[in-house]
Write a protein that binds this ligand. Structure first.
Ligand code: CP3
Length: 359
């Protein structure tokens, strides 16, 4: 398959010159779009949407039909892996994800095994293939997975948690058991991401949504170390093109130097970080992705434009910036606000780029 016609996103991830700053949004396909809600209703529920490649393709493309995003992201969920491990994923209405069989018992932990992505997760790989076909090389496709620690949080807690009581008890009381889970998860994520790459994902992103809940000392041991291990096992070149890797630890601002050393090409930043300071610290080693506060999109277009301008100015002149929110878009966002944001990024960013130095 050919390189994408719009390769600004790949260029930014590799810190190569581009004419403007590319932009996409975490959760760009989702409940803020009425057409997403319609397709989900046709599918029956969220999981049926994920498990049907034709529906997954349809909703992946929806935001691109509305907005000139510079990348597409596979429509799926990070919890497909623990689902494939047999934990029994379901979504209770309005309560987020839940598992019928949370992982707490030593015997269950010892029995945990790496799922074969080409068997239990075949529906994801088929979606990747179908989305690539439908994109027709217009923009690159991002594949993704949760980090081993973030997956373990859901697997052990059995759903969302505000205090991570069970996972943290295990971390301090039985670190050997938590390490056993993280090791299986890391091997599962490696196989899963490599299968996504083999089926057509051109970039992969690891979502470490809960790494920031760890103590300063625990983060390298229980989250970052396993992400480094995954990256060391990933396919880095496919069809002659480098496959860039993005690592995003929400709340990871205190470990940026260590994250920049994990082997990734780009580091995702949440909105609590000053992107200019992050660039000064690690911008020579990796590209940066982020980091507008998602709540900015609740404001009027003039405010959105001013906030976009601040993020662009803080990063400053040069390449290696992928514009994004600091976390997923809220379901309560009005779609026209996204339009204002994307338009502002594309209009205000060329002044920071100097493509001519590349020639
Ligand atoms: O970015 C995209 O458009 C791709 C799709 C995507 C989804 N989930 C779709 C989804 C991605 C990349 C994810 C990742 C994901 N899933 C993460 C990591 C990123 C993050 O947000 O921190 C996490 C922690 C999950 C687990 C998960 N899935 C939760 C906590 C929830 C409930 C969220 C909520 O707001 O209720 C989900 C459900 C989910 N995943 C939805 C979508 C569009 C909403 C489900 C629905 O339509 O009812």
């Amino acid at each position: 398959m050919a390189a994408p016609k719009n390769d600004t996103f790949l260029r930014a991830l590799l810190r190569q010159p581009a004419p403007y700053t590319p932009v996409w949004l975490m959760r760009q396909a989702g409940r803020y779009l009425p057409e997403y809600n319609q397709t989900r209703a046709r599918a029956g529920d969220f999981l049926s949407l994920c498990k049907n490649p034709a529906f997954a393709t349809e909703v992946t493309l929806q935001p691109l039909q509305r907005f000139p995003f510079d990348a597409a992201i596979l429509f799926s969920d990070i919890l497909t892996i623990p689902d494939a491990m047999g934990l029994g994923l379901h979504f209770a209405d309005g309560e987020g994800p839940k598992f019928y069989r949370p992982l707490r018992d030593e015997r269950d932990i010892r029995a945990l095994a790496v799922p074969d992505p080409t068997a239990e997760l075949r529906y994801v790989l088929e979606a990747v293939r179908e989305i690539r076909r439908a994109l027709n090389d217009s923009v690159p496709l991002i594949g993704f997975s949760g980090s081993p620690f973030t997956l373990a949080c859901y697997m052990i807690e059995g759903g969302a948690s505000s205090d991570f009581r069970h996972v943290k008890t295990m971390l301090y009381q039985r670190p050997d058991l938590l390490h056993r889970i993280l090791d299986v998860n890391a091997r599962a994520v490696t196989a899963y991401l490599n299968a996504q790459i083999e089926h057509g994902a051109q970039v992969v992103m690891i979502f470490d949504t809960w790494g920031g809940a760890l103590s300063h000392a625990a983060y390298p041991e229980f989250s970052l170390g396993y992400m480094s291990k995954i990256i060391a096992g990933l396919i880095r070149k496919r069809d002659g093109e480098r496959v860039p890797i993005i690592v995003f630890t929400k709340g990871g601002g205190g470990w940026l130097n260590a994250i920049a050393e994990c082997g990734c090409d780009a580091v995702g930043l949440d909105w609590t970080v000053d992107i200019g300071a992050a660039r000064a610290a690690i911008g020579q080693r990796v590209a940066l992705q982020g980091n507008l506060d998602p709540s900015v999109l609740f404001a009027e277009p003039q405010v959105i434009e001013a906030e976009v301008a601040k993020v662009l100015a803080s990063f400053g002149a040069g390449d290696g910036h992928v514009f994004n929110l600091g976390h997923g878009i809220s379901q309560f966002t009005q779609p026209d606000r996204v339009h204002a944001m994307v338009e502002a990024v594309h209009r205000l960013s060329p002044q920071y780029h100097c493509l001519t130095t590349a020639a």
